[in-house]
Design a protein around this ligand. Sequence first.
Ligand SMILES: *Cc1c(COP(=O)(O)O)cnc(C)c1O
Length: 498
Amino acid sequence: MKKQLCSTRGSYIDADFWTAVRNGVADDGGLIIPADWENRQIDVETLPLGYPDIAQAVLACFADDLDAPTLKALIHQAYDGRFDAEDVVRLSPLGSDFLLELYHGPTAAFKDIALSLLPLFLGEASRRQKQPKKTLILTATSGDTGKAALEGFKNRPDCELLVFYPDHLVSEIQQRQMVSSEGRNVGVCAIRGNFDDAQSAVKRCFADPQLRAALNACQLELSSANSINIGRLVPQIVYYFWAYRQLRQRGVLTAGQTLDFSVPTGNFGDILAGYYAKQMGLPVGKLIVASNANNVLTEFFTTGRYNRRRPFMKTTSPSMDILISSNLERLLAHETGLDGQQVAAYMDQLQKQGEYQIDSALLHRLQKQFACGDCTDEQAAETIRQVYAESCRVLDPHTAVGVHVLRQLRSEGFEKNPCVVLATASCYKFSKDVYEALFGPADMDEWMAMEQLNQRTGIPIPAPLQGLRDKPVRHTDQIEKDAILDYVRQKAQVMNHD
Ligand SMILES: *Cc1c(COP(=O)(O)O)cnc(C)c1O
């Protein structure tokens, strides 16, 4: 049976999950969301323990008419042998709370979990077309999505990939990971601007009929590997169920007991997957929206006012340096009871006036489900030091934001449920900042800091980051943010020649 999807701006979508994954966004400019949850319920008590089995149960709630053996094969192809953890992810204690380590994949950030599956979803989607076209995937990245997409899509026959990252605003290691990427079907380009500029530029490509026509002439169809694509979100629901199941198994939770999650947040994708897990029946208590100094979401969940007109801050957690949090639109759609007109009005105000204000009833509903807080770079560094002193574990600055906000809330009397903090990246992707947090200011570059961090803490450098320094740079393009349409058009013509 087809599971109904709709747009956040109101229209029902007469298409299945596969078409939604291929299109990336809805035709009315909104994002694609599930229209109902009744057909997507999971009883966590009866789930098996293993990650692939849980993935099977969760994905089956979205993937229409895909037979179980095929789905199983996709899951194994995505995860087997590519993740350096016994069961894809790992749950480890952090005092009386827990860290959900999501960074054991091929690029050492949690984006790998979804971007290992998305290319396979797209492959399945194109197999279902009568006349399959090649897909051109455009991706804006604040640092980690880019490399995870480059690894996920590398050399896939049915896809071309272009990644746009904000020049000077990603960590040196993130940048080197991207610009050293191999694969005959991938391109990487720096944009002069910040992540919001890159994301808006990519959204403009999707909305440009002329570009679409030009691509069509090259037998190319646009799609997105950003979390605006529902195919990115669905694989992220899995680890919320997995973490809960683990804690039941370990006797930390009793049946039905609620579990809180603290999620370092930028584009609101990862935490929205937690909200989806809750809609699907997982006993989730509070979801904690943890922000860095770009604390637009802290203000929103406190006052109901979303205001992007504020200075953009470059922080030590660059993957969260975001002022336009795309997936919040999805939450608004669900929590207004799919009032597409209202959502469209908010998004229109955001675009034209740079802000919108939700009413107090809606704010109240959100506050029942979400807690929030923010964290400065100094507080993140302090948390990295604290946790190392407590338990010899080294957090990356993003994860430190999640831990800091949880501890801050606890000190203010936040409830006593056990809480799982999502650990979103390896500390080695941000070696210098982490090294300096632990051992004080140091006159060394990222690569030296990586070595020194390894020597002084004994924590192994993830295999994908070893030897990175010596990898040749293969991608050097740089453009103004307004040049993206022309850039994509030109690239498409070259792709057509292949
Ligand atoms: C992308 C990213 C985040 C934020 O995730 P969103 O889905 O954008 O909220 C947090 N930490 C790291 C390391 C990331 O790469």
